[in-house]
Design a protein around this ligand. Structure first.
Ligand SMILES: C[S@@+](CC[C@H](N)C(=O)[O-])C[C@H]1O[C@@H](n2cnc3c(N)ncnc32)[C@H](O)[C@@H]1O
Length: 225
């Protein structure tokens, strides 16, 4: 299989800063496109409590990452995939980490725009995503050179649409957390708004909304791109 990008690792201090800027939180799902030696998924899992995954096309690097993950006992937190990141489903990501090339970013952009949910953060080392407006561009000096970090967020909103029954959430539901989320659902607030208000992650809020859809108190999760 042809490699789109050679293996050059991101220095660990830069990895940490990138994950910090992307505000990775416990149990969020972080994808690294191209595992290299596995440092990104390992740091994301050990230091940020993420549920991380990476995709690597080179067998030797895939095996190296898998070995490191096993040696550290991180198999339940890190998924290592042998394959081509152009062909893997990335829709479950909360954060996508990339150290590729501008030309490769440009080629993967339509896939990211198609698959990633609104609010997903994309953080790229040294190479920007042509056509996207970064939220943050940061220079980080490390040993002998400066590194550029680009942080993006997928635009759009996911808005839970309530049914009439939501007014009676107090009496119909038994779970306090679900009740407090139900009270915030008004057909205008997005998952991100609710997450900000409650201090939960988008993922946690989305999971609760899926519960509320099962109870019939929420009609649907409307995607506004
Ligand atoms: C510049 S390195 C970055 C490694 C790691 N993400 C980091 O930041 O330390 C790019 C990695 O992507 C892998 N790669 C290149 N093309 C790929 C593809 N189409 N699918 C999966 N991995 C690929 C390379 O083998 C290499 O390990």
């Amino acid at each position: 299989m042809p490699y789109d990008v050679p293996f050059v690792p991101t220095p660990e201090v830069v990895v940490r800063r990138m994950l910090q800027l992307a505000n990775v939180r416990r149990d969020e799902v972080v994808y690294d496109l191209g595992c290299g030696d596995g440092r990104v998924v390992i740091i994301a899992a050990r230091e940020f409590g993420a549920q991380s995954a990476c995709i690597e096309i080179r067998k030797d690097l895939y095996e190296q990452t898998l070995r490191r993950v096993k040696d550290l006992g991180l198999e339940d937190r890190v998924k290592v995939i042998y394959g081509n990141f152009f062909e893997e489903d990335l829709s479950d990501a909360d954060v996508v980490f990339m150290y590729l090339l501008t030309s490769v970013n440009e080629r993967i952009r339509p896939k990211l725009e198609r698959e990633l949910r609104p609010g997903t953060r994309v953080v790229s080392h040294d190479f920007e995503m042509p056509g996207w407006k970064p939220l943050i561009v940061e220079d980080l000096y490390e040993e002998w050179r400066s590194h550029k970090i680009y942080l993006y967020k997928i635009p759009g909103m996911e808005v839970p649409i309530p049914t009439e029954g939501i007014k009676n959430a107090d009496t119909l539901l038994h779970d306090e957390n679900l009740i407090s989320i139900a009270k915030l659902i008004d057909g205008n607030r997005s998952i991100e708004d609710i997450a900000l208000k409650t201090g939960l992650t988008n993922r946690q809020v989305r999971n609760m909304i899926n519960e509320l859809i099962k109870t019939g108190l929420v009609k649907e999760l409307r995607l506004i791109k």
